[in-house]
Design a protein around this ligand. Structure first.
Ligand code: PLP
Length: 376
């Protein structure tokens, strides 16, 4: 057999690994990390992805999961049991809110939503059984920016874990663990993999005990990621830094264009000086503001339809963070399951469109957006 020394990691497309004898089996248990046994527990491809993301986020270790949702689930179940209580930022991805309100409540984990105005003064909402606070670095879809340092001061004071969904910001902008968060999660489906061809998640922990709990939950609930998806995501991750630079530069151009457009009533982008947390976003993102923005045209679904149909190159695709630009409609997709009252309260109205700005030449994007807006 010739020496095989591949530059790229092969895909270990196997559900199980073999052992020569019982001594090898004992080595597996006695020396964790020494060899592999079963891909639901660990696989070289998922380990590679976990190690790369962990290095970017500066954690004690990471566990990859089958989706962003299973990453959030694993993080919460690692910390909470029946009878516990969690705090959750009111402005959050709709799926996270549904998970906690409609599913975890069924197994005895209760939630209190923290209104944006009380983000750094939630003492009155903490209960003796409160275990964690879940928030996003930049909220989906209206790009509220959370001051992780300030939030961490509060969670430390109450001895509860701060869990941060860093999907929108990515570690290229912000590393929440270094700012005081305990656990970071990502929908790897988005920027980390970056090409709209993977569904995956990751949980990164600051403390080894949290990591062990997350690993146990991932293995036991079967929340693992397949070798092929791990490989694809690890491949995408290699260009994260380059992609983010272009996403951010393009998004700023697009935000400025939209903010000065007569048909656009409001733009939410942390890079605009009018954004309420512009200064914080600048500091926390190292001068980068991300590739996501939202804007509002007339609060009328027919106007939204006309705009969408008027676009030639930008598709309506209810996800985000791919290399090519897409739009989404929070009221009809990501935040559909929220009550009317919740939607109104956080400002998701009929004219709000979310834009995931890709890495194309910016002129192409502005031309297509103008095409859509001219139909209004
Ligand atoms: C901020 C955020 N967190 C988590 C998720 C869930 O990720 P996934 O779809 O990979 O399960 C999403 C999905 O859109 C998201 O936008």
């Amino acid at each position: 057999m010739p020496v095989i020394s591949p530059k790229a990691t092969p895909i270990y497309q196997t559900s199980v690994f073999t052992f020569n004898d019982l001594n090898e089996l004992e080595t597996y248990f006695e020396q964790p990390g020494n060899r592999y046994m079963y891909s639901r527990y660990a696989n070289p491809n998922s380990d590679e992805l976990a190690n790369e993301v962990n290095a970017l986020e500066g954690g004690a270790g990471a566990i990859v999961t089958s989706s962003g949702m299973s990453a959030i689930l694993a993080a919460i179940l690692a910390v909470c049991k029946a009878g516990d209580h969690v705090l959750c930022a009111e402005e959050i991805y709709g799926g996270s809110s549904v998970l906690i309100t409609q599913e975890l409540s069924r197994i005895g984990i209760e939630v209190t939503y923290v209104p944006s105005a009380d983000t750094y003064s939630f003492d009155a909402l903490v209960q003796p059984n409160t275990r964690l606070f879940l928030a996003e670095t930049m909220s989906n879809p209206l790009l509220l920016v959370f001051d992780i340092n300030r939030l961490a001061e509060q969670t430390r004071k109450h001895n509860i874990k701060l869990v941060v969904d860093n999907t929108f910001a990515t570690p290229i902008l912000t590393k929440p663990l270094l700012l005081g968060a305990d656990i970071v999660i990502h929908s790897v489906t988005k920027y980390l993999s970056g090409h709209s061809d993977v569904t995956a998640g990751v949980v990164i922990c600051k403390a080894a005990e949290d990591l062990q709990r997350v690993q146990k939950v991932m293995m036991t609930y079967g929340l693992n990621l397949s070798p092929f998806e791990s490989w694809l995501a690890a491949r995408g991750l290699k260009t994260l830094r380059l992609r983010m630079k272009q996403h951010c530069a393009n998004a700023l151009d697009v935000a400025e264009y939209l903010a000065s457009h007569a048909k656009v009533e409001q733009v939410w982008y942390p890079g605009l000086s009018a954004h309420p947390q512009h200064r914080l976003a600048y500091e926390q993102g190292g001068g980068m503001y991300g590739g996501m923005l939202s804007f509002r045209i007339a609060d009328d679904t027919e106007a939204v339809n006309k705009f969408m149909r008027g676009l030639e190159h930008i598709p309506f695709a209810p996800s985000l963070a791919g290399v090519s630009t897409s739009i989404s409609y929070p009221l009809g997709t990501s935040h559909r399951s929220l009550s009317k009252e919740q939607q109104q309260k956080i400002g998701i109205t009929a004219g709000v469109i979310r834009l995931s700005v890709g890495i194309e030449e910016p002129e192409e994007l502005l031309t297509d957006l103008e095409r859509g807006l001219s139909k209004l």
